[in-house]
Design a protein around this ligand. Structure first.
Ligand code: SAM
Length: 229
């Protein structure tokens, strides 16, 4: 694991915004080749928070493109402060509340890797319906991911970890990369974030889950959906 090497950068916000921020045109799906001007593999991070992870991970992987999605304006401003137009030229940021409709905005099989670190855990039972990870959301991720593509998730909430392991365990379209369904050892290319640190101080360490889209053909997806108990 690589730790605490975020270099704070600050330049003019308006210049950063015009370089990094992209807008959603609901009549046209995101075209990554057009956005980045190349055909490199695409990683999508959902909920970039304060931007530590995307700022560093994208520098570590200059051979990939990164689309970071975040719903809160304030968090986007904080993220932009950490991005450098030269060192992070492979990053774009999109303001969006992500749910299963993501499949309408992103082309089929166009993403190589989806990262969701510390999604809101909604711990109360009556709020579980608000959790991002539900079968219909995973169906949508399946559609936008390439075959062999990955979903990487972390949560410091043991019950949400169990929920996620259970959901993916019911599916035939994803296989876990960890025998027990999760690990508490951070991946080698993880960059710790503000949320990792505050949760760690409270005594909670993240569970990491790692899934590979294993269906052989996109037309298999409806059959996977039918297998839910
Ligand atoms: C707990 S923070 C984690 C941030 C970051 N992933 C990390 O590990 O430090 C969750 C972030 O996801 C954003 N978020 C939550 N639900 C979202 C959604 N449905 N779509 C986009 N962003 C979302 C929140 O605004 C927040 O910034």
């Amino acid at each position: 694991m690589i730790n605490d090497i975020v270099v704070p950068i600050s330049d003019r916000h308006d210049e950063k915004e015009s370089f990094f921020k992209i807008k959603l045109n609901k009549d046209k799906q995101l075209d990554f080749e057009e956005i980045f001007g190349n055909k490199r593999p695409v990683t999508m991070e959902i909920g970039v928070g304060k931007g530590e992870f995307i700022a560093m991970y994208s520098r570590f992987h200059p051979e990939r493109n990164f689309i970071g999605i975040e719903l809160k304006d304030k968090r986007i401003v904080t993220t932009l402060k950490k991005l450098d137009p030269i060192k992070n030229s492979n990053v774009r940021i999109l303001k969006l509340f992500v749910d299963k409709d993501i499949k309408n905005y992103v082309k089929l099989s166009s993403i190589d890797e989806i990262i969701v670190y510390h999604p809101d855990p909604w711990p109360k039972t009556r709020h579980h319906k608000h959790r991002l990870f539900q079968h219909h959301f995973i169906d949508a991720l399946n559609l936008i991911l390439k075959i062999g593509g990955y979903i990487k998730i972390s949560t410091d909430d043991p019950n949400y970890a169990k929920w996620i392991v259970n959901l993916f365990g019911q599916r035939e379209d994803f296989e876990t990369m960890y025998d027990e369904g999760y690990t508490m050892i951070a991946p080698d290319d993880h960059f710790r974030t503000f949320f990792d640190d505050i949760k760690s101080k409270e005594g909670f360490e993240p569970y990491f889950m790692f899934y590979k889209k294993s269906v052989g053909d996109i037309s298999d997806v409806p059959q996977c959906i039918k297998t839910y108990p």
